[in-house]
Design a protein around this ligand. Structure first.
Ligand code: SAM
Length: 253
């Protein structure tokens, strides 16, 4: 790969174009994003997000930044779980900031959030987060990091905004190792997902990009090393659904 180019799905494009191209993808799918998520994954993304929240174990008073948070699905689940603990044990409510580069995605989620008091939406780039140093207890990014142009600099930003003792959780698609599962998964992704995208959202190219970008994402071991390179300790990961998705985590110590 040329130093001045970067992957955009299976295409190589100039580095400076990626941000705009990714923005166009999510502009086109924003209105149908949640419906498509359910249709493409048969609702399994909900299970992966719930498993992620169980691993985080949200607590009252905690401050979450959900980067590339889109319509706010994960932040909503975080607050709900923290509130359930608060009702049992008392304390202050948790707070969540949904940060996304795309205002259309943030707007698409605005009606879904029931308790609007402890949740804020902020338009911002993962590579240059609009938050001060050492301000968050938990930082999540679900199905967002693979869209970021410079992932290493985004991980360094995540480290900067987390408090000492804060935790990072990255949920991302990955490629299953099992040959048979990979065959089924490839057939499904390349033959059906763009068709479902066309049927439900009138979009083929955006969903083609989403499928291709998953295949270009680094392996679990490589991505874990990138997390460590940004300063995180005790980095580990867990595969979901045979490795179709992976949850990575690390601590700022
Ligand atoms: C596949 S969606 C995931 C949304 C949500 N996290 C979820 O799990 O449903 C990816 C999101 O990443 C956002 N995104 C892409 N590049 C970004 C960047 N550089 N900084 C912040 N958000 C970004 C997109 O606008 C989009 O909302």
């Amino acid at each position: 790969m040329n130093k001045n180019t970067i992957d955009f799905g299976y295409q190589e494009i100039p580095v400076e174009e990626k941000k705009e191209r990714v923005k166009n993808v999510f502009d086109s799918v924003a209105g149908k994003y949640d419906l498509m998520n359910d249709a493409m994954s048969f609702g399994v993304h909900r299970l992966w997000k719930n498993l992620t929240i169980t691993k985080i174990n949200p607590q009252p008073r905690e401050i979450l930044i959900d980067v590339a948070g889109g319509t706010g699905d994960l932040a909503h689940r975080f607050l709900k779980r923290a509130e359930a603990v608060r009702v049992r044990r008392g304390g202050e409510s948790a707070t969540a900031y949904i940060c996304d580069i795309n205002d259309q995605m943030l707007l698409a989620g605005i009606d879904q959030i029931k308790n609007k008091n402890n949740i804020s939406r902020v338009c911002g780039d993962a590579q240059k987060l609009p938050f001060p140093d050492n301000c968050a207890d938990v930082l999540t990014i679900a199905f967002g990091i693979r869209n970021v142009t410079d992932r290493q600099s985004a991980l360094t930003e995540f480290f900067r905004v987390l408090k000492p003792g804060g935790r990072l959780f990255v949920l991302e698609f990955s490629t299953p190792e099992d040959k048979n599962l990979r065959k089924i998964y490839d057939t499904y992704s390349f033959s059906f997902i763009p068709k479902i995208g066309n049927l439900l959202a009138g979009e083929v190219e955006s969903y083609q990009y989403l499928v291709e970008s998953i295949r270009r994402f680094p392996s679990q071991n490589k991505f874990s090393s990138m997390i460590e390179t940004s300063g995180f300790s005790k980095v580990s990961f867990r595969k979901f659904s045979g490795g179709i998705a992976t949850l990575y985590w690390g601590w700022k110590i």
